[in-house]
Design a protein around this ligand. Structure first.
Ligand SMILES: C[S@@+](CC[C@H](N)C(=O)[O-])C[C@H]1O[C@@H](n2cnc3c(N)ncnc32)[C@H](O)[C@@H]1O
Length: 226
């Protein structure tokens, strides 16, 4: 019990672990491609995996990206690509403004349902606090212009082995992974292909590992400063 208290007290001092926004805080972006995720809000909250094109995967990624023991990561954003429809949509969640996010999948899916019910054009439209929607696919994201892009793939170089990691955008696939066209697009951006380990994991678990690695690096940098 004492060990737990000590651990939490260290991390509560870090910027990444903070539940308050910090102007010096580096921004971490996640992008998850939902190859079959429906653009239509009429999926059932009673059977999310069976009726939505696996929006349950995207909900778990949201949970892993933002949810802390006692708060929300304010320095994280996630972009979810919904390709299960006549034209793709993107939903963005911004940690600094996010409200009404609970750890359970059903509530998260209900937030996505609300966003998908809005008319989507080329401009971001606010759904609920911190959640925005617009028309568009992976290649339409402006976030790739900011910092390094990392493509998460099982055979990439070890993410832990990278000497420095600044502001970054981490791109992941769903249960299907990324297509050759997506991979060519990411290659064109000069993205780094990185792995979080030798075994194929679920996308949400990869996000936990990335967040954890960044937390540890930040905590150790802050210790070195003292
Ligand atoms: C369930 S996996 C996809 C499996 C899919 N059948 C494939 O072959 O791409 C979901 C996503 O998590 C990421 N991923 C899974 N394991 C990983 C690992 N060990 N290192 C880096 N990324 C990983 C990849 O982005 C992958 O597209």
């Amino acid at each position: 019990m004492m060990a737990d208290v000590f651990y939490i007290s260290i991390f509560s001092k870090t910027k990444r672990g903070s539940t308050r926004p910090s102007i010096n805080c580096p921004m971490c972006n996640f992008v998850v491609v939902g190859n079959l995720a429906t653009t239509n809000p009429d999926f059932s909250l009673e059977d999310i995996p069976g009726t939505s094109g696996r929006i349950d995967i995207l909900c778990r990624c949201i949970n892993s990206a933002f949810v802390l023991s006692h708060g929300i990561r304010r320095d994280v954003q996630i972009y979810l690509i919904f390709r299960g429809g006549p034209s793709p949509k993107t939903v963005q969640l911004r940690g600094r403004d996010l409200r009404h996010l609970n750890p359970d999948e059903r509530t998260t899916a209900a937030l996505l349902k609300k966003a998908l019910a809005l008319e989507a054009d080329s401009e971001w439209r606010k759904s609920t606090p911190g959640i925005f929607v617009r028309a568009g696919d992976l290649a339409d994201l402006e976030v790739f212009g900011e910092g390094t892009t990392y493509y998460l793939r099982e055979d990439g170089s070890d993410f832990r082995g990278l000497s420095s990691v600044g502001d970054g955008t981490f791109v992941l696939g769903d249960h299907i992974g990324l297509s050759e066209v997506d991979e060519a697009f990411l290659e064109g951006l000069g993205s780094k292909i990185v792995s979080v380990g030798p075994i194929s994991l679920h996308a949400d678990h990869c996000i936990v590992l990335i967040n954890n690695e960044l937390d540890r690096r930040e905590a150790s940098a802050e210790m070195d400063e003292k």
